[in-house]
Design a protein around this ligand. Structure first.
Ligand code: FMN
Length: 181
């Protein structure tokens, strides 16, 4: 058995302006078997290197997409990565089985409180409903999607709540089984 192979794709448009994503990233950096990929700094011009990203995906068993919730969806930098990396023949379609059986973990922060993500709340829909496109993407790519880890009320979260959330995130990644190869 070797260490788990976990790829954390950090998809924030600019980590220098981030509080939550920056702290979450710093909080897991020392974990065994974790590779952190900061998309905005890897690709300031948004021209994603498809071959490099696909090889990173092949080399890991658990894929974490860590991002702030932007307009009820993923930030543009992650959409760009998805469009250019999850290609036909790699992630889906004829011969597109390279992600089959890998685990997908979403780690999301939202500005809105949890209570706003209800049918009668400010944001009208639940997170589970709004995450359907990502669930469909995981299904198409043969990824096994875990329960998302969500931090709500990102602007108001107290330092101790953020620390507790980082501890949960660390536990979750530490519970990923070691690779059997
Ligand atoms: C362009 C943009 C769009 C956003 N859209 C939403 C949204 O649709 N729903 C929501 O709850 N928060 C939204 N937010 C708030 C962010 O989710 C929140 O600021 C972020 O999770 C905080 O993480 P950070 O400190 O790493 O930036 C948005 C923020 C920005 C900048």
């Amino acid at each position: 058995m070797t260490a788990p192979r976990i790829l954390v794709i950090v998809a924030h448009p600019d980590l220098t302006t981030s509080r939550i994503t920056a702290h979450l990233t710093a909080g897991i950096r020392d974990l065994d078997g974790v590779t952190i990929r900061d998309l905005a700094s890897a690709y300031p011009d948004r021209r994603v290197d498809t071959a490099v990203e696909q090889q990173l995906l092949r080399d890991h068993d658990t894929i974490v997409l860590q991002f702030p919730w932007h307009w009820y969806s993923v930030p543009g930098v992650l959409k760009e990565w998805m469009d250019q990396v999850l290609t036909h023949g790699f992630a889906y379609g004829n011969g597109g089985d390279q992600l089959h059986g890998k685990r997908l973990q979403l780690v999301i922060s939202t500005g809105g409180p949890e209570s706003s993500y209800t049918p009668t709340g400010h944001n009208r829909f639940t997170m589970a409903e709004l995450l359907r496109p990502l669930e469909a993407t995981a299904h198409l790519c043969g990824l096994d999607m875990a329960e998302p880890l969500i931090l709500h009320s990102a602007h108001r979260v107290a330092p101790e709540e953020l620390a507790a959330h980082i501890a949960r995130y660390r536990e979750l990644l530490s519970a990923v089984p070691a690779a059997a190869h």
